[in-house]
Design a protein around this ligand. Structure first.
Ligand SMILES: C[S@@+](CC[C@H](N)C(=O)[O-])C[C@H]1O[C@@H](n2cnc3c(N)ncnc32)[C@H](O)[C@@H]1O
Length: 311
């Protein structure tokens, strides 16, 4: 049996470390059944077909030879579509469903046929878990700018984060990075934020995730007072981005952040920034050197994972 896992384009190499397979842009095929507990992927299923097509006429032709599974009870077709097309996701779902024998149940289908369309590319399979695996169950107190959990996991892996290390997220929001780090077996994880609702959300989410995280409601300015010099092996964070007030308003926060990070991070420590607005971090930064970067594509929004070392 051949399986597929979908992922954020750009993350294929990290995903391949979790599940061996053949890499394609935005997905991998594999002979090993993907487990529901994989952390870097989006969806997982039994592979049926991958092809390129132009329009609905060509789509119909392409799906003619697919051997859809025998439906014992009920089924549904779910299409996720990215790009501009003259057809809708609904059109694709209806066209696909007409090729399958069985009773349709849109609410609780026993079998879910998954169709992923990105511009001209199409992947079709039988969804194993009928849900997005990057949406973790612990996210009960969300943050308006919360990071995707799989992106947080990928950033940890790309930063070479390993267990038994200390980590700080000083702009923790709802605690996604901290929770993913603690789930990987971190020694101690500290999540700080200047907003009370953020540290309390992190406390609640981490309880649901059954991991230990120490939270403090403190602004960036006071980090030095809270922690000993060179305490952290990793500082991994998703900083606030420039708002209506522009880059000039946020720049002092970034400057302060790098200053504090230099004090708190071990000499060989790693500082990682995850951001969809990388420009302010790509120029020279005092005391830090950009070591490597990974760009992930989340529905056309580019997330940059920037890994810095002290210098
Ligand atoms: C992009 S959000 C982080 C979201 C988080 N990664 C999550 O997944 O929920 C940035 C966070 O930085 C915090 N923040 C902004 N300015 C700060 C400052 N001066 N000191 C500490 N935290 C600050 C905000 O309260 C916000 O929660």
């Amino acid at each position: 049996m051949k399986y597929f896992v979908t992922c954020f384009p750009g993350s294929e190499e990290i995903v391949e470390k979790e599940i061996k397979g053949t890499k394609h842009k935005g997905f991998l095929t594999t002979t090993k059944k993907p487990s529901e507990s994989l952390k870097s992927i989006i969806r997982a299923g039994i592979y049926l077909k991958y092809f390129n097509f132009k329009d609905i006429k060509e789509y119909k032709k392409q799906i003619k030879d697919i051997k859809f599974p025998k439906i014992e009870n009920t089924f549904a077709v779910y299409c996720e579509r990215f790009g501009n097309h003259k057809f809708s996701s609904k059109d694709i779902e209806v066209e696909t469903a007409t090729k399958i024998k069985g009773k349709v149940d849109l609410e609780t289908p026993e079998t879910l046929i998954y169709v992923l369309i990105k511009n001209k590319e199409c992947l079709i399979g039988v969804d194993l878990y009928k849900k997005n695996l990057d949406k973790r169950n612990y996210r009960i107190k969300p943050h308006p700018n919360a990071l995707n959990s799989s992106i947080a996991f990928i950033a940890l892996k790309f930063s070479n984060f390993t267990k038994n290390k200390n980590l700080l997220d000083p702009f923790c929001g709802s605690g996604i990075i901290s929770i993913e780090a603690a789930s990987l077996g971190a020694k101690e994880v500290y999540a700080t934020d200047n907003q009370y609702y953020c540290t309390s959300s992190t406390n609640i989410n981490s309880k649901i995730a059954k991991v230990q995280i120490k939270t403090f409601q403190i602004p960036i300015l006071e980090l030095k007072k809270q922690f000993k010099k060179y305490f952290f092996d990793f500082i991994i964070t998703d900083p606030p981005i420039a708002t209506v007030y522009g880059l000039r308003a946020i720049k002092p926060v970034y400057d302060l952040f790098f200053k504090q990070a230099f004090h708190l991070l071990k000499p060989a420590g790693t500082l990682t920034i995850i951001t969809a607005r990388p420009k302010p971090f790509l120029g020279p930064i005092k005391d830090f050197k950009l070591q490597k970067q990974l760009i992930l594509d989340k529905n056309n929004l580019k997330y940059h994972i920037l890994v810095f070392k002290k210098h």
